[in-house]
Ligand binder design. Structure first.
Ligand code: PEP
Ligand code: MN
Length: 341
């Protein structure tokens, strides 16, 4: 249920509605826009008498929400959410590029990648310290040592850090180092992890599972929002289909679909979405043209020596080309590419 207050509603009118909702044992979520205050109600809607509520002073409308997600919906918040990640705003007019290696391998490798992506204009640095690998025999990441290397790279470059957290027991530790905590595709429905992250005062990058529907994706975001963390960025990273020429199929349809249904920002990961370095550039252009708020790109100084995902990593030189192309597309669709000064 969503309650829209009239623009002339006072603080007291809003308080009146909040108290009424709480008295019923339901949880109100307040969203104050520039024009209107909107109150989302979480809980069993059958407890609410719509007519009674709409008679309270300066209540404009009481709308039942039929969608299973509420706080993530455009009805709840008509204006786009802008998520601040270490001073970089995601979801606004500027297109934001996050780049870096799939895995943190060594200080040398990360530092040289960080410098390269920064000089090409990237504004956030990605790198996995905890890696969700398909094979238990594959490189599993450097763990906390990797986080320490990421922190050093932030110190050296000023770039905010994006890194994955795989377990709720590790949320606190990863949050000490990360500016944006990534939930990987395999963990999109790990509700325990989502609940832990919902209590955090740091933003979350929620990657879509390769078989998740749009509804399931937004319901996972709802876990974060309903637990109290409103700083959520969605990420499309490719889904499983019958095609065999690419690792996944990048579902760009979901970008405008999310924009219609939700206020949350969405970025695209064409590295995992294609699995092929030679498809990343064209699909990056397409993602921005489709309305994505940014990209997350794997870059490695020597992709042929990468411990993971070398096939889908750009060299620093190709990444520069990508930045230039994405800058042009951003302008063509009425946006600007955010670049490091
Ligand atoms: C990654 O970003 O390195 C990663 C493992 O991504 P995904 O969870 O989308 O597979
Ligand atoms: Mn990867």
């Amino acid at each position: 249920m969503i309650i829209v207050m009239e623009s002339r509603a006072t603080q007291e009118d809003v308080q009146n509605v909040l108290e009424r909702i709480e008295k019923l044992g339901l949880k109100p979520h307040l969203s104050r826009g520039t024009e209107r205050t909107i109150i989302g109600v979480i809980g069993d809607e059958r407890l609410i008498n719509r007519e009674q509520l709409s008679l309270l002073p300066h209540v404009e409308n009481v709308i039942p929400v039929l969608k299973p997600y509420k706080l993530a919906s455009r009805e709840f918040q008509p204006a786009n959410s802008i998520v601040d990640v270490a001073g970089v705003k995601v979801g606004g007019e500027e297109v934001v590029i996050m780049a870096g290696p799939c895995s943190v391998e060594s200080e040398d490798q990360l530092m040289s990648t960080a410098q390269a992506v920064k000089s090409a204009g990237a504004t956030l640095l990605r790198g996995g310290a905890y890696k969700p690998r398909t094979s238990p025999y594959a490189f599993q990441g450097l763990g906390e040592d990797g986080l320490k290397i990421l922190a050093k790279a932030r110190e050296a470059t000023g770039l905010g850090i994006v890194t994955e957290v795989m377990e709720s027991s590790e949320v606190e530790l990863v949050a000490e180092y990360a500016d944006l905590l990534q939930v990987g595709a395999r963990n999109m429905q790990n509700t325990k992890l989502l609940r832990s992250l919902s209590k955090l005062a740091k933003p979350v990058l929620l990657k879509r599972n390769f078989s998740a529907t749009l509804n399931e994706f937004l319901m996972s975001a709802e876990y974060l929002l309903s637990g109290g963390n409103s700083r959520v960025i969605l990420c499309e990273r490719g889904i499983r289909t019958f095609v065999e020429y690419s690792r996944n199929t990048l579902d760009l349809n979901i970008v405008p679909a999310v924009k219609l249904l939700s206020h949350l920002p969405i970025i695209v990961d064409p590295s995992h979405g294609t699995g092929r370095h030679d498809l990343i550039l064209p699909m990056s252009r397409a993602a921005i043209a489709a309305g994505a708020d940014g990209l997350i790109i794997e870059v490695h100084p020597r992709p042929d020596e990468a411990y993971s995902d070398g096939d889908q990593s750009l060299t620093p030189a190709t990444f520069r080309e990508l930045m230039s192309d994405v800058g042009k597309i951003s302008r063509a669709v009425g946006r600007r590419l955010k670049v490091t000064p």
